[in-house]
Structure formats: structure tokens, C-alpha cells
Write a protein that binds this ligand. Structure first.
Ligand SMILES: Cc1cc2nc3c(=O)[nH]c(=O)nc-3n(C[C@H](O)[C@H](O)[C@H](O)COP(=O)(O)O)c2cc1C
Length: 269
């Protein structure tokens, strides 16, 4: 998992190749298994197979500044109900899905379609899917040129995102090491986030970790970012013997250093 995280990268260049039939079936089975892991309560994954049509309809409208990612398939993440719990659960399982897709040699990338007009989404994705906020581009990645150094997205350091007791209070690497958490926080930083904002902050309090999300300059948080980091925390945590689950918090925001933070969850160590 740590190796995977360090090397994981969004795929934005896809071959125009269709999925092998057995791979397509496996993908659909993974959708079903993941939906069932949470008793089919929170989300559905939908495989859109007319990639070309979707790309043409959403180009200029979806993705960062209208830059739609071209891929032969897209996965829709449809919430059964819009609640904090369902958003966090859906993004947790989407990131788990993306990890499993890598094992099938498939590349993927999150695409933000929140600002696309609902009528357009109804037209291209179907009436039932007009409220979808995120798609995942899916397909075989184009081969990389081994002679070209690939660009990588920057990441914050551990000391920018992990604190002791309260936000702003630094934690020493020695302490993280003695608690067996140094590797976990080193690797978790490679998780993807909307606009690569890396809004996650962790506060270590006695025997628990609190996860907070930093509000953006526009005053927003995106709970999708919370579910994703919770998934990687849980997956890396299992490797070092952490057995508990995240519990969601319903607490007031915290102000620190002219910014606002939303407490999202706690994990007992
Ligand atoms: C919720 C979410 C939405 C995203 N939306 C887009 C998008 O619309 N367009 C895009 O090119 N990348 C999108 N990304 C990918 C991130 O920009 C990318 O994961 C981040 O910059 C880190 O880069 P890496 O995945 O290559 O490590 C999104 C990621 C997340 C988690």
C-alpha cells in the first residue's frame, strides 16, 4: 500500500482501447462488491461506455476550468441521498475502487462535474444521473516515454498537516516514530485531492487522531477529500495493526491562523 501510494498518479492520457470482456466483467463485479460492503445504502457506481460521446458533450464544461479528460469509459458516482455520511462513504469506496482498478492495469482520474448544468448531465448521462458531482475517467493508460521525466504534483510535508493536541502545535517525528505513525503520515500525503489542495489536517490527541478539513479561500470544504484520506488512513493503518474504524464527528468549526477547519472524523488508535 505504501509503495502504491507513493507511485499512484492520476491518469490523464488514455488509449482509445476497449476493455477486454473479462476485465469489463471484473470491473462490474468490483462495483457490486463495494456497493454491498456498505449494504447498498449510500451510492451506486455506473459504468458509462460511450466515452467519446461523453467527452464531446462535457469538453469545455467539466474538469478544472473546463478541461475534460478524454477516456474511453467514465464511472459515475451516484449518491442515493445527499448527506455528509453518504458523500464521505462514496468517496472512500471510490478511492478503494481506483486502487483495485490499478491491479487490473487500468488507469483512472477523478473529474469534477459539479458545475456542469443539470440539463446537460441529464442529456448525456441520463435523467437519473443529472445530480452526479464526480466522474472517474477509466481506461488503459498510454505508455510513458521512459526518457521524459514526468511531472509530479507537489505535496505538503508531515509537519504541515500533523499536529499534537491542537492545530498549530507541532509534533516531532520522534514522537510519531515512537507511536509507529511516521510511515503512515509520510505515505498518506500522496493521496489525491480536489485541485491538489491537500486540505487534510490531523491532530493527535492522546489515543486518538482527529481529522479536520481546511476551508478553501472561497470558504468551501469538499467532503470527497475526507473520504479519500480516510480510506488511505484505514488501509495503511491496517498494515501497522490499527483495527478501529473512523467515527464521523458533528462538531463546530475551528478557527486557527485566519483559516477555518471542519472537524470530520476521529480514529481511536
Ligand atoms: C475529488 C477530486 C476531484 C478531482 N477533479 C479533477 C478534475 O476535475 N480534473 C483533473 O484533471 N483532476 C482532478 N482531480 C485529480 C487531482 O487534481 C489530483 O489527484 C491531484 O492533483 C494529485 O495529483 P496525482 O493524482 O497525479 O498525484 C481530482 C481529484 C479529486 C480527489
Amino acid at each position: 500500500m505504501s509503495n502504491f501510494l507513493k507511485n499512484r498518479k492520476s491518469t490523464r492520457d488514455f488509449k482509445k482501447k476497449k476493455l477486454k470482456n473479462e476485465t469489463r466483467i471484473e470491473v462490474l463485479e468490483i462495483f457490486k462488491d463495494l456497493e454491498e460492503e456498505v449494504d447498498n445504502k449510500y451510492f451506486n457506481f455506473i459504468l458509462f461506455e460511450e466515452g467519446d460521446k461523453i467527452f464531446k458533450s462535457l469538453d469545455g464544461l467539466a474538469g478544472y476550468a473546463g478541461v475534460m479528460i478524454e477516456s474511453p469509459y467514465y464511472i459515475g458516482i451516484r449518491l442515493k441521498e445527499v448527506t455528509e455520511k453518504s458523500i464521505i462513504t462514496a468517496s472512500y469506496y471510490t478511492e478503494k475502487l481506483m486502487t483495485l482498478l490499478t491491479k487490473l492495469n487500468l488507469g483512472s482520474c477523478w473529474i469534477n462535474v459539479k458545475t456542469v448544468d443539470k440539463n446537460i448531465k441529464a442529456n448525456v448521462l441520463g435523467e437519473d444521473n443529472k445530480n452526479i458531482g464526480y466522474l472517474v475517467a477509466l481506461g488503459y493508460s498510454k505508455a510513458k516515454n521512459p526518457f521524459i521525466q514526468e511531472s509530479t504534483s507537489s505535496r505538503y510535508g508531515i509537519n504541515d498537516i500533523v499536529y499534537k493536541g491542537e492545530l498549530g502545535n507541532p509534533i516531532s517525528i520522534d514522537e510519531l516514530e515512537s507511536r509507529g505513525l511516521d510511515d503512515l503520515f509520510y505515505y498518506i500525503r500522496f493521496a489525491p485531492s480536489n485541485y491538489n489542495l491537500q486540505p487534510w489536517r490531523f491532530v493527535l490527541k492522546d489515543d486518538k487522531i482527529i481529522l479536520l478539513l481546511k476551508y478553501s479561500e472561497e470558504g468551501k470544504t469538499d467532503l470527497m477529500d475526507a473520504g479519500i484520506i480516510m480510506y488511505y488512513f484505514k488501509a495503511l493503518g491496517e498494515v501497522i495493526g490499527l483495527k478501529k474504524e473512523w467515527q464521523l464527528l458533528d462538531e463546530t468549526d475551528i478557527e486557527y491562523d485566519d483559516s477555518k477547519y471542519k472537524p470530520v472524523g476521529e480514529f481511536i488508535l
